[in-house]
Design a binder for this molecule. Structure first.
Ligand SMILES: Nc1nc2c(ncn2[C@@H]2O[C@H](COP(=O)(O)OP(=O)(O)OP(=O)(O)O)[C@@H](O)[C@H]2O)c(=O)[nH]1
Ligand SMILES: [Mg+2]
Length: 253
């Protein structure tokens, strides 16, 4: 991807703002908090505390070469077994699961399928309109150079292909591929919302209803007029308060 999310300024005029939920899951200590912090806060302190339950952060990203921005609701969850039974609660309405493993710890990779299964089970039982995806995220890639790697990149890639999911190797420490992971999540959300709108529009036509084709995306688009002055996204985007045109008044979805 050519550009990283901007840290300053307002959303450019004409940008459509979407929103979606991302859960970061995987075994304890694989680096979920570091990955999330690197993306949202733009730093990943070497010392972290184990997450209790889950932590929630927001960041808005502008998708390169598009007029789409996505407000990502990022749920960084605890990997410890003691919180496992709580996880389905966090999976609810998530459009993307970042399933993390540590490339230097084979046990965390062995557990990936169980995290994916749990997430998919929760998604199957949910009435969320957007089809969720799983992204497999190898963490701590900076340690590969020290000879600590236990999971070869091609093993992870073969597994991802067998599961029909995409995969990245990342380093929160060195800020490698972190933005790319979240941009992939944001792209999926935009694609799904648009598919959802098309489906709703087709259904409305089929049923002879005078629908506006937007019902299907309800809750996944942000009306910029609702953006309060203090509702600054964590990457520094301040939402614009554009002049409301008569056309826009009809377009709250
Ligand atoms: N070398 C290196 N270490 C990392 C990286 N990301 C995380 N770590 C280290 O791995 C340890 C655990 O990181 P966390 O981000 O707290 O892991 P977690 O998955 O959130 O852990 P839980 O909240 O307990 O589930 C910390 O010591 C981090 O500094 C990375 O990219 N490179
Ligand atoms: Mg954590």
């Amino acid at each position: 991807m050519s550009s990283s999310p901007t840290n300053s300024g307002e959303l450019p005029p004409g940008v459509q703002l979407f929103k979606g939920k991302v859960v970061v899951i995987g075994e304890y200590s694989v680096g979920k908090t570091s990955l999330s912090n690197r993306f949202v806060l733009q730093h990943a302190p070497p010392k972290t505390e184990p997450t209790i339950g889950a932590a929630f952060q927001l960041r808005t990203v502008l998708l390169p070469n598009t007029n789409n921005a996505v407000k990502l609701e990022i749920w960084d969850t605890a990997g410890s077994e003691r919180y496992r039974s709580l996880m389905p609660m966090y999976y609810r309405d998530a459009s993307v699961a970042l399933v993390c493993y540590d490339i230097c710890n084979a046990k965390t990779f062995d557990r990936v399928s169980s995290w994916i299964d749990d997430f998919r089970k929760a998604a199957d039982g949910s009435d969320a309109k957007l089809q969720p995806i799983v992204v497999l995220v190898g963490t701590k890639s900076d340690l590969a150079a020290t000879g600590k790697r236990e999971i070869p990149a091609d093993v992870a890639l073969a597994y991802a292909q067998s599961e029909n999911i995409i995969t990245f190797e990342t380093s929160a420490r060195m800020n490698e591929n972190v933005t790319e992971v979240f941009l992939a999540a944001a792209s999926h959300i935009v694609k799904e919302v648009k598919t959802c709108e098309e489906r709703a529009a087709a259904l409305a036509i089929q049923q002879g209803v005078n629908g506006n084709g937007r019902a299907g995306s309800k809750g996944y688009k942000v009306d910029l007029r609702d953006a309060g002055a203090n509702d600054t996204t964590t990457n520094g985007f301040k939402k614009r308060r554009p002049q409301q045109t008569p056309e826009e008044k009809k377009c709250v979805c």
